[in-house]
Design a protein around this ligand. Structure first.
Ligand SMILES: NC(=O)c1ccc[n+]([C@@H]2O[C@H](COP(=O)([O-])OP(=O)(O)OC[C@H]3O[C@@H](n4cnc5c(N)ncnc54)[C@H](O)[C@@H]3O)[C@@H](O)[C@H]2O)c1
Length: 272
């Protein structure tokens, strides 16, 4: 039987970008399954989705991306109940900040386990289902922090650079299976990300708070661009022009000059 309804699974789908993507895809006629560790927001998001899009199938379950078995349970459910899934968005993420010399290693382990290994687990669990179906798409949410590395953000920067590396690797690894991979690298946009912040550094805390809460872009604006570009099967999705310019400059300028630009950008942001 040919599957006509499109189906998406989004990790961290209860808040911020995940929630905005859920609404964007539901509006475009997709059935939406969201997973998250925040059950209160997950239930509320599923309820709001059903109210606004009564013709779409909507599901929520508690799904922790640090647990392989939670992701496996979603994959099995999707196979049994919706006949599979077309797109998986590995979006769940948290933030840690602080100078490397002072930051506890336990914060590194925590963020690597969610931001990097969460994406790895998502790709690992859903690849067999995509292969069996003969198609599928991963949308991995990285960040412009994956190539523009602001100071006091080494742990977060490292997870996002690694998500880009994993995604690039998978493009060729999964090509023959007709599995497409996209990686998303936005700058800052307004969400609840800061609620997860782990830091002991007051400067890093106020910097991170400012960057996210005072960002010009909303999660909804980012989600619309991701949907449009993912449908065109773009690999590198940079939803805002700032991310695009920063990446271009890094490629063109000598690194010493690029570092000076980052230094100035950081100073301006701190003084604001
Ligand atoms: N907000 C920004 O400025 C920004 C910029 C670039 C990239 N990003 C990335 O966008 C993604 C979404 O973040 P957001 O900004 O929407 O933040 P958010 O906090 O609003 O949403 C993140 C969601 O992930 C969930 N989550 C956290 N740990 C989890 C786990 N172990 N398992 C499952 N779910 C978990 C949270 O409960 C939350 O609902 C993240 O990967 C983040 O790094 C955000």
């Amino acid at each position: 039987m040919t599957q006509t309804r499109k189906r998406i699974f989004i990790t961290g789908g209860a808040s911020g970008l995940g929630r905005a993507l859920a609404f964007t895809y539901a509006k475009a006629g997709w059935d939406v399954y969201i997973g998250d560790v925040n059950e209160k927001r997950g239930v509320a998001t599923a309820r709001d989705l059903k109210t606004l899009h009564p013709n779409q199938r909507v599901e929520f379950r508690r799904c922790d991306v640090t647990l392989l078995e939670d992701l496996q349970a979603v994959s099995e459910w999707l196979k049994s109940n919706w006949g599979g899934v077309d797109t998986v968005v590995n979006n769940a993420g948290v933030v840690a900040a602080g100078a490397l010399a002072e930051q506890p290693l336990v914060d590194w382990e925590w963020i690597l386990n969610i931001n990097l290994l969460g994406v790895v687990r998502g790709c690992k669990v859903f690849t067999p289902l995509f292969r069996a179906q003969g198609h599928g798409q991963f949308i991995n949410i990285a960040s412009a922090a994956g190539f523009a590395h602001l100071p006091r953000m080494a742990a977060y920067n490292a997870t996002k650079a690694a998500v880009i590396a994993v995604s690039e690797t998978l493009v060729l690894e999964l090509k023959a299976d007709h599995i497409h991979v996209s990686v998303v690298c936005p700058t800052f946009f307004r969400t609840h990300l800061i609620e997860s912040l782990r830091t002991q550094d007051a400067v890093a805390r106020s910097q991170a708070l400012k960057l996210v809460t005072e960002a010009k872009l909303s999660a909804e604006m980012i989600a619309v661009v991701i949907h449009r570009q993912a449908e065109k099967k773009r690999f590198m999705i940079m939803p805002d022009p700032e991310a695009y310019s920063v990446r271009l400059l890094k490629g063109l300028l000598p690194l010493s000059l690029f570092f000076r630009l980052l230094e100035r950008a950081e100073k301006i942001k701190l003084e604001r």
